[in-house]
Ligand binder design. Structure first.
Ligand code: ATP
Ligand code: MG
Length: 593
């Protein structure tokens, strides 16, 4: 997975990463160079002439004289300032460059994931914890960004270390090779700890997903939780999740701290051994020795920092993996692409279910629908009835192309509802689901969401047709009223009527109402009945309902039991059929005339 991450990152930002590394090295060199220039000059000024102790100082004095600069403190300081200014300016550029690389990369990951999510089919989401998706899109990708910063910093460090190491190599190849070798051996010895970082990263990702789920689910079920007095249970659960996260963070910190300590201790031991060997066997002169010590004293901490950067990159990889896996799952569940130009479809003849069976994947042996054949004639009203769990909403999902039949076909005017056609079809239908959903926005925005180009007159007409005009006009802010999260500031019936108005605004060729009047009182139900009556004959209506009053005007009723059609016909005829399924259903609800 590390390889996948690196490939993905370098593909995205390869050139700029190269630039960033080069800049880091230049910054590192300038930082050293400023001091290297200043120190010998100070030394020369101190000793009062070019009889300084170190060879570097005399060499520099020669350069100094060749250029024709006076060997004075102000000149040396100005040059020092110039070096530092260049370094500071470059570091500033580098910071911006790195931030740009990181944010562009994480934005792209987020956007690609979101785009894949939008194209995934409905079936996928019936099996998915929504909070997991939110968590990956927000927090986990943020972590990928953090790990990417670490990688960039690490690459820079590596560049600087490389320059330092080559300098040291020029001075003393054997000793440097030995020192680098020991550094590498140390890193290898600590490899198990680096691998732990990966596993810890994975664990952390799961813990954080649990926390996100605990928050989201509590908020979604807040009302039930409050009314059942289950807040304490939720709080206790959240505390457990938090405790897990704390334990995880401490674990991770311990591993990092241990690795770092082990590395630093190792480095000190290596450095000492090294000094001993240098003096005893290599017979280096004191200045050479000092220079080497100086270089290694800087090189080894860099290697330690590099090691810790690396560990943090490994810690991040599981977050990247989670995002990648989710994206792959989305892609695997992808619907046919939606064409750029979509002509609306109008049902001219009929929508037809041709021996349609459906089962949810992973639910073995149980067919939700088994060989359902039915016809929904254009511009007529078809009612679908049946006990709870019979498969009515599943039929609606198939009708909208949200689900695909496991066997059989759904045909719109003799053409199968598949591939690109699904999008054109969905652009042409209206749907009021069993559980309505409104956005936390104004009523107007909620309506226009369905058809942004609708005129004011069309808005009012849709509200009127859905028996919502009166209650909306009574609201102090009318159409500008904010409905609250999911519409909590409205009554259930008001929500249903707005959802119906929203569907009507689309002027659909087919309108599917799944229990759309279940939350309405008799008066409002009658108003909607009348509205539906007016639509009757204009568009194709599919109404899923329990109440006889809702279905009595239908042209045909289809009765469903255990995923099979058990009866169909005109409502009057079915009502009279002694012992029939429809009669049983309606008499159970004491809804018979
Ligand atoms: N995501 C799912 N995964 C597995 N099984 C499901 C899923 N959704 C629904 N089912 C099952 O499919 C069957 C039919 O469900 P459906 O929602 O179509 O019933 P319904 O007739 O609309 O019932 P109701 O009148 O209660 O709304 C039910 O037995 C249900 O348990
Ligand atoms: Mg249902």
């Amino acid at each position: 997975m590390l390889a996948t991450y690196l490939r993905c990152f370098l593909n995205h930002a390869g050139n700029r990463v190269g630039l960033s590394v080069v800049l880091t090295v230049v910054v590192g060199v300038l930082e050293g160079a400023g001091l290297v220039v200043l120190l010998p000059v100070l030394e020369l000024i101190g000793t009062g002439g070019p009889r300084a102790s170190s060879g570097l100082a005399t060499g520099l004095a020669d350069v100094w004289q060749a250029v024709g600069l006076p060997l004075t403190l102000p000149v040396a300081l100005v040059i020092f300032i110039a070096f530092m200014a260049a370094q500071i300016a470059l570091r500033h550029t580098l910071d911006l460059l790195n931030a740009g690389i990181e944010t562009a990369f994480t934005s792209r990951l987020r956007e690609e994931l979101y785009a894949a999510m939008v194209r995934a089919d409905w079936l996928f989401f019936t099996r998915q914890r929504a909070s997991d998706i939110t968590q990956v899109l927000t927090d986990e990708i943020q972590r990928v960004g953090f790990g990417t910063q670490q990688l960039l910093a690490g690459l820079g460090l590596a560049g600087v270390a490389l320059v330092q190491a080559s300098l040291a190599l020029a001075l003393s190849p054997v000793l440097t090779a030995l020192a680098l070798g020991s550094g590498l051996a140390l890193a290898l010895a600590l490899r198990p700890l680096t691998r732990r970082a990966y596993n810890l990263g994975k664990e952390g990702q799961e813990r954080r997903a649990d926390m996100a789920a605990a928050i989201t689910e509590h908020l979604a079920g807040l009302k039930v939780a409050k009314s059942h007095g289950r807040e304490a249970h939720h709080l206790a659960h959240f505390r457990r999740v938090l405790a897990d996260i704390v334990a995880h963070i401490l674990d991770a910190t311990r591993v990092y701290a241990t690795t770092r300590a082990a590395y630093e201790l190792g480095a000190v031991v290596v450095l000492s051994l090294f000094l001993f060997a240098a003096v005893r066997y290599a017979g280096l002169s004191t200045p050479e020795l000092l220079l080497l010590v100086f270089i290694f004293a800087r090189l080894l901490p860099r290697l330690a920092a590099l090691q810790s950067n690396w560990q943090r990159v490994m810690h991040m990889i599981p977050s990247f993996t989670a995002a990648e896996q989710l994206r792959e799952q989305f892609i695997a569940a992808q619907e046919a692409a939606s064409p750029p130009m979509m002509a609306r479809v109008a049902v001219a003849g009929e929508v037809c279910f041709d021996t349609v069976s459906f089962r949810y994947p992973g639910v073995e042996g149980r067919e939700v629908l088994a060989g359902v054949s039915l016809k929904i004639p254009a511009r007529q009203m078809t009612a679908i009835c049946g006990p709870s769990g019979a498969g009515k909403s599943t039929i609606a999902d198939l009708l909208l192309g949200l689900l695909r039949p496991s066997a059989g076909r759904v045909l719109v005017d003799d053409a199968a509802l598949e591939g690109e056609r699904v999008h054109a079809w969905r652009a042409s239908v209206g749907y009021v689901p069993q559980e309505t959903f409104l956005f936390h926005e104004s009523i107007r925005a909620n309506l226009l969401w369905a058809r942004p180009e609708a005129t004011e007159a069309e808005l009012v007409a849709a509200l009127r047709a859905a028996a919502a005009e009166e209650f909306v006009s009574r609201l102090p802010q009318g159409l500008e009223t904010i409905v609250g999260d999911r519409g909590v500031r409205l009554s259930g019936g008001e929500r249903q009527r707005l959802a119906l108005a929203r569907a009507l605004l689309r002027q659909p060729t087919l309108l599917v109402l799944d229990e759309a009047t279940s939350a309405l009182d008799t008066v409002n139900e009658q108003i909607i009945q009348q509205a539906i009556e007016r639509l009757h004959g204009e568009l194709t209506l599919v109404i899923i309902a329990h109440r006889l009053s809702t279905v009595q005007n239908a042209d045909q009723v289809i009765v469903l039991e255990h995923g099979r059609v058990v009866e169909s016909g005109a409502p009057g005829e079915l009502t009279r059929r002694e012992g029939g399924a429809f009669r049983r259903l309606m008499s159970a609800g004491l809804d018979l005339p």
